[in-house]
Design a protein around this ligand. Structure first.
Ligand SMILES: *[C@@H]1O[C@H](CO)[C@@H](O)[C@H](O)[C@H]1NC(C)=O
Ligand SMILES: *[C@@H]1O[C@H](CO)[C@@H](O)[C@H](O)[C@H]1NC(C)=O
Ligand SMILES: [Fe+2]
Length: 438
């Protein structure tokens, strides 16, 4: 076997090394897999029609014994700009993982080269969780002026997060500079995203070429809509990462694509049917917490964006959230932080203990070239806390009843770094449809 691979390597070298094309994996990021106990990894590499590059992942319990191997799939991604800048994206899945266990892995191709050996912790088993689940959550982060980046990278290095949620708007924009700004962004997040599942939804800044950069660069989201298994972006058909759901420990997450309301009226019904049916199937004895995330708010109070546009998303989703007892909806889009109490039909009971409706949070202020969005309107009753300082959110789920929420400010304009400026417990003793509780 050694001889065989050696022979092929020599052959491949003479065939391709003359043009110095680099096939070494880059932009590596992992995501919760579509199958239970799996982790999906995606990376980019140079594209060359004359060279077949494998999509291989090797993993194991120690860095010097990567004894499991899987072959994935690759897809050619052509940016829609003048240069038709082309790269290959590879996705491979690590399967049959033991929950909450540290694994080592590398990705690449046995002939063309490997990534570093990296590590991750597999997703936890469902309820009862053995230790608190810790999430890093933010939206609206640029390649430039990403004010939280150093702090959240450090949080990952200190092993403070089990999963990351980025609720839309990446890089500003991923398609800029013929797509190279997207590469820059994906490289900036690799120190986090190669180690912690980096889960996403699409924002309005991903609109170029029918959302091709979002659709292609995050192919490894756990697409699970049976009715709409694929979507079509400017790059062609790909797994449906516009709306999907997955479990993580005792939480069921649903990603929605709020941009569908503003760009694809034909898909509105399909998405709403998916969310409604998906939520109806949730077994609250296994995943008591249900959290939906999308890019745009249903409720916010900063400016006129919170009128018609928010109403549009509200008209589509609010009844579904209420009917199934969605505990939280987390979004970005407004470049500020606004934690609402429970809200239903524009009314709040201002409670965080057994709230009678969904709790709403806007956390869209990771930092980017568009700067802050200031609050030009007075604080309404439904808003528990507002700030336009840059920052990110932390969510810790302790058990089936207790969730702890924090906002961390990282803002060079205010000379504040890593300071918790808002914190609250959200306690839900009985999860499920809200109508029953009124
Ligand atoms: C929501 O409630 C606030 C405060 O009670 C009010 O000012 C606003 O007009 C209401 N909006 C809608 C759409 O009903
Ligand atoms: C859940 O966690 C909270 C916070 O640690 C704790 O106060 C509470 O007693 C726990 N509840 C159960 C049922 O373990
Ligand atoms: Fe946005």
């Amino acid at each position: 076997m050694k001889f065989f691979i050696g022979f092929l390597t020599a052959f491949a070298s003479t065939a391709v090394n003359g043009d110095y094309t680099i096939y070494t994996p880059e932009q590596i990021h992992i995501a919760i897999g579509a199958k239970l106990n799996s982790m999906s990894v995606q990376w980019a590499a140079a594209h060359d029609d004359s060279v077949k590059i494998g999509s291989t992942v090797m993993w194991g319990l120690s860095s010097d014994n990567l004894d499991s191997t899987n072959e994935g799939e690759s897809a050619v991604f052509v940016d829609g700009g003048d240069e038709s800048y082309t790269q290959t994206h590879h996705v491979a899945v690590m399967t049959d993982l033991t929950p909450s266990t540290k694994y080592y892995y590398k990705v690449g191709d046995a002939l063309q080269g490997w990534s570093d050996v990296m590590h991750f912790k597999s997703a936890p088993a469902t309820k009862p969780i053995s230790e608190p689940l810790r999430f890093g959550i933010w939206g609206d982060m640029g390649s430039n002026n990403a004010q939280i980046l150093h702090s959240v990278q450090t949080e990952v290095q200190e092993d403070n997060f089990d999963m990351i949620l980025h609720v839309g708007d990446f890089a500003y924009n991923m398609d800029n500079d013929n797509g190279r700004n997207g590469d820059m962004f994906m490289k900036n997040i690799q120190p986090m995203a190669a180690h912690i599942p980096y889960m996403v939804d699409a924002g309005n800044h991903e609109v170029a070429y029918d959302f091709s950069h979002y659709t292609e660069r995050f192919r490894n989201m756990p697409a699970n809509s049976k009715e709409m298994p694929t979507v079509t972006s400017g790059n062609g058909e790909a797994p449906n990462n516009w709306f999907y759901s997955h479990d993580f420990g005792n939480v069921h997450f649903v990603a929605i694509d709020t941009e569908i309301y503003f760009n694809y009226p034909d898909m509105v019904a399909a998405q709403e049917a998916f969310v409604d049916a998906d939520l109806a199937k949730v077994d609250r004895t296994k995943t008591p917490w249900v959290i939906v995330h999308g890019h745009r708010p249903l409720y916010c109070s900063c400016d006129e964006d919170c009128d018609e546009a928010a109403q549009t998303v509200r008209d589509g989703m609010e009844e579904i959230f209420y009917k199934h007892g969605v505990d939280m909806y987390i979004c970005g889009h407004e470049h500020n932080y606004e934690r609402m109490y429970d809200v239903y039909k524009n009314e709040t009971s201002k409670t965080t203990v057994n709230p009678p409706a969904t709790t709403y949070v806007v956390t869209g202020d990771a930092g980017g070239p568009e700067d802050h969005e200031t609050f030009t309107r007075p604080q309404p009753d439904m808003a528990a806390f507002r700030t336009d300082a840059y920052g990110y959110s932390r969510m810790t789920i302790y058990n089936e009843t207790h969730l702890y929420w924090e906002q961390v400010e990282c803002d060079t304009d205010d000379h504040v770094q890593d300071k918790v400026i808002d914190e609250t417990w959200i306690v839900v003793e009985e999860h499920g449809p809200f109508a029953k509780k009124r």
